[in-house]
Ligand binder design. Structure first.
Ligand SMILES: *Cc1c(COP(=O)(O)O)cnc(C)c1O
Length: 394
């Protein structure tokens, strides 16, 4: 990008090291230029979301997601405004009957747990947490004994992030067995896939709710949530909608979102630009081999970063266990000899942006998104750029 904006104390990256696209942020993330061009050319902007052209666009997104995930016909896709953060509130009112359990191993998992913990109509949630950099599950031995020893009411909703974006940790995808110790016979498993949906192959039928937002792997803009719902999850939403003693604003009522979504609508006005770019990305994913091809792409890109870290004594992957290491968000720790904030500042001044670590983690770290839209060749340029910046300083 324009070298004229670079402060005089910051080295200017040689042109051959400059990635063709310098966006490596974890959300909002790189939007493919072809998709912003499609947006500019679309006749749908500024037209009614209750008329056929936009309804057909929403239908195309829903069908595309069904095709990507091979969703069974009795599963539904609900859509609403407010992003994944809004979905935490929706799930708190519309899916938790009495009590939730959460696996927490970073900021995003904690945020959902905070919502159910604060709900006055729910029993205090059971939270099973693990240190950042690791993964807590609700099905390992530690969790099973926590469920067995717990003295509160049985849990009817089990929640965890498939991918913790604040740390770059990937959880296995699993269902908590309904009826196991401390868990009701109709317990739902609800999974935050905000930053991993579209980036790895996943059998979502191993869960009951798999939800995400469009501004990460789907390379669109923020503001919407999407949720795949099993028949059991749909039934829970319908039942709680009818429960007289629960105050449920329409905006947080999942049964209302479901009624609208099957008509390819949302309760209130969606961002049409977000829908247009999301549809472009879904069609691009389908045309380029679907989820397994996207996973291969992301693993190739993130592999460049992990291999680079392993080859440098001053750098190391933050996630110690390889099976937990994210294919879409690579977090690299640096030892004291290297100032990661300086690296990020030089890169940013040179148009290579958003590689700073998650703000609350407070580590000497870079966090680099390798979502499907990011080209592996650009990741190779990025690590070469980091080498170059380090060499300038010494
Ligand atoms: C980004 C993110 C969120 C928040 O998404 P919003 O659409 O901004 O509310 C939630 N969970 C995870 C795992 C995320 O990565």
């Amino acid at each position: 990008m324009a070298a004229s904006h670079i402060p005089s104390d910051v080295p200017v990256l040689p042109a051959d090291l400059q990635p063709s696209d310098g966006r490596f942020g974890c959300g909002p993330s790189k939007v493919r230029p072809a998709h912003t061009n499609a947006l500019a050319a679309s006749p749908l902007m500024g037209t009614s979301h209750r008329q056929a052209p936009v309804l057909n666009l929403v239908a195309s997104i829903r069908e595309g997601l069904r095709a990507l995930y091979h969703l069974p016909s009795d599963w539904e896709i609900a859509i609403g405004n407010g992003g994944s953060t809004a979905f935490w509130a929706v799930a708190t009112t519309s899916l938790v009957r009495t009590r939730a359990a959460h696996a927490v191993f970073g900021e995003f998992g904690q945020k959902f747990a905070d919502e159910t913990l604060a709900a006055p109509f729910l029993s205090p949630s059971l939270v099973i947490s693990a240190e950042v950099g690791t993964v807590a599950t609700l099905v390992d031995e530690r969790a099973l004994s926590a469920f067995a020893q717990d003295e509160g009411p049985d849990v009817d909703l089990c929640a965890y992030p498939h991918h913790e974006t604040s740390t770059g940790a990937l959880s296995p995808l699993y269902r908590v067995t309904p009826g196991s110790a401390g868990v009701t016979a109709d317990a739902l498993t609800v999974v935050d896939a905000t930053s991993i949906a579209g980036g790895v192959a996943a059998d979502v039928t191993a869960t009951d709710v798999y939800y995400f937002a469009p501004q990460k792997c789907f390379a669109s803009d923020g503001g919407l949530w999407f949720a795949f719902l099993s028949p059991a999850a749909q039934e829970r939403a319908r039942t709680l909608h009818g429960q007289a003693d629960r105050w449920m604003p329409q905006f947080l009522d999942l049964s209302v979102a479901l009624d609208n979504s099957v008509k390819n609508q949302t309760l209130n006005t969606p961002a049409i630009a977000t829908l247009i770019m999301m549809d472009e990305q879904i069609q691009w994913m389908l045309a380029h081999g679907g989820l397994s091809a996207m996973e291969a792409r992301c693993r190739a890109s993130s592999g460049v970063i992990y291999e680079w870290a392993k080859a440098h004594p001053f750098a190391s992957p933050f996630i110690p266990r390889e099976e937990w290491r994210s294919p879409v968000v690579a977090t690299i720790d640096f030892d004291e000899a290297i100032d990661a904030a300086y690296l990020a500042r030089v890169l940013r001044a040179n148009g290579v942006v958003d590689v700073e670590p998650y703000r609350k983690l407070g580590r000497n770290q870079l966090r680099i998104a390798t979502f499907p839209s990011v080209d592996t060749a650009d990741v190779e340029k990025l690590v070469a750029s980091i080498d170059w910046v380090i060499a300038q300083r010494v």
